[in-house]
Design a protein around this ligand. Structure first.
Ligand code: GLN
Length: 484
């Protein structure tokens, strides 16, 4: 087995037993990147030189705590998470030369453990999209079929993990951007509870929904990585000041008697038949492990997409006001100040970002605010209450992660609504603020991966990690690798 194909846990045990050195691991990963990146285009920036010299330092003992879980593990970071001294573009022309003067809290924590940054991964511009096609720096491809999209917006991170062009990665998820690409690429993606992980240094898209989380080859790595990034942070007032358990402690515990809710609204017309079949057999598998399925209803699901696209665009229109050519990134000079603002934003933003700024500005305008923004906030409360009611009855909720497998590049670019509908099963989870994980649960006849989503109650990542691990270990889906 090549080193690049291994998980965090497997690498740690090789290191401990002296069977692999830090440079050997880093070189293996960069050789892999060299071999596949031309076809994949998962990265916006590759951090090879620095990473290899860091690995060499590790070989010579750089004074870090070598027992830390992520010591010298080569990991990729989505390019909307600030890395001090390393370009952070959000895959936008407006930030194409932006080098953050500070480190995000999550990467600060990874640094404290001595992780190695392989590079910054491609995304839909400012994380707006579901295919990584809305990037100013080219499309990322799906490693299972290069004609298809890897999903989005964390498509670069998911493709890199699936193709073993890094050992693990971080993504961000506002309406599904970790889980949907993880499902499309056949890897594990976890969106933590809103507030579990600090957003400090994550470039804001929709601040009440954004959350950073791990994209990994297996469930145990997801728990290891969540351990590393979770916790209260003075720099993010929305991060929760509650204790963080050891998420790896639940790994391997059985799920006998766990009540899993199956919401009828998630098995609707329009869902791909092979996806549905794979998810239904995943539920059977959970049942055979001792879980008890319970049919439940989340009646406000039908309003989720509309609610999300009003709230997310409203927040985005406000958050993106800061890119005015004065404070950040690119500037296009004009005849006067207003003209400079307009030219900068006209040239700096792509079509989807502009569409969202316009939609959001409209929803927030006086005269429309009550009809759109306020109504959407009310609908969000109802969606949240759906989950609260469900969790009075069940321990977790199981659904498909996406209604279809990965679609072809270009297929949905002309029709934003079709693109928005690909997030129909992930968006409510962000609106409710609860955690969700996707694990591979099968393949279609065209050899495309399918994801099973397990949703938990607020701050109960432990239950979904436990269920996901038990499921994963009872199947072989996670062992399949794309041929590249
Ligand atoms: N695809 C969704 C959107 O375009 C979600 C994106 C995300 O989670 N960042 O808004």
């Amino acid at each position: 087995m090549e080193l690049y194909n291994l998980s965090i846990e497997e690498l740690q045990s090789l290191i401990k037993s002296g069977k692999a050195g830090y440079s050997e691991i880093a070189e293996s990963v960069f050789n892999r990147i060299d071999a596949v990146e031309d076809r994949l285009r998962a990265y916006v920036t590759i951090n090879k030189e620095e990473a290899l010299s860091q690995a060499k330092d590790a070989d010579n003992n750089s004074g870090f705590d070598k027992d830390s879980a992520l010591y010298a593990i080569p990991m990729a970071i989505k390019d909307n998470i600030c890395t001090e001294g390393v370009k952070t573009t959000c895959s936008s022309a407006i930030l194409q030369n932006f080098v953050p003067p500070y480190e995000s809290s999550v990467t600060e924590k990874l640094k404290a453990q001595g992780y190695i940054l392989t590079g910054k991964t491609n995304l839909d511009e400012f994380a707006m999209g579901s295919s990584t096609e809305n990037s100013a720096f080219g499309h990322t491809r799906n490693p299972w079929d290069l004609e298809r999209v890897p999903g989005g917006s964390s498509g670069g991170s998911a493709a890199a993990v699936a193709a073993a062009a890094c050992i693990a990665a971080l993504g961000s998820d506002t309406g599904g951007s970790i889980r949907q690409p993880a499902a499309f690429c056949g890897v594990v993606g976890l969106k933590p509870t809103y507030g579990r992980v600090s957003r400090y240094g994550l470039v804001a898209f929709a601040s009440s929904l954004d959350q950073i989380g791990p994209i990994t080859k297996c469930v145990k790595d997801s728990a290891i990585l969540l351990n590393a990034i979770a916790g209260h942070d003075m720099c993010d007032s929305t991060s929760a000041d509650i204790p963080v358990p050891d998420f790896t402690a639940v790994i391997g515990k059985d799920i006998k008697g766990m009540k899993i809710g199956i919401p009828k609204e998630y098995f609707i017309e329009g869902i791909d038949r092979e996806v549905e079949a794979a998810v239904r057999s995943g539920i059977k598998q959970l049942e055979s492990l001792g879980a008890v399925p319970v049919e439940i209803s989340l009646p406000y699901t039908e309003y989720a997409v509309a609610t999300y696209y009003i709230l997310a665009t409203s927040e985005a229109s406000s958050n993106l006001a800061r890119y005015d050519g004065v404070r950040y990134g690119m500037r296009v000079d004009g005849d006067d100040l207003i003209d400079m603002y307009m030219r900068t934003r006209e040239e700096g933003f792509g079509a989807e970002v502009k569409r969202r700024i316009i939609l959001g500005t409209y929803s927030l305008s006086s005269g429309y605010y009550d009809a759109f923004y306020k109504k959407a906030q009310q609908a969000r409360t109802l969606i949240k209450q759906d989950f609260e009611k469900a969790f009075e009855e069940v321990d977790a909720i199981v659904t498909p992660t996406t209604p279809t497998p990965a679609f072809k590049a270009g297929e949905k670019m002309e029709d934003p609504l079709q693109m928005y509908l690909t997030d129909i099963f992930t968006i409510s989870i962000n609106l409710a603020g609860v955690p969700g994980i996707t694990v591979p649960c099968g393949f279609t006849s065209e050899n495309l991966p399918v994801g099973l989503q397990i949703i938990g109650n607020h701050f109960d990542e432990e239950t979904i990690l436990k269920a996901a691990y038990a499921y994963e270990q009872s199947t072989d889906w996670h062992k399949r690798k794309p041929e590249l």
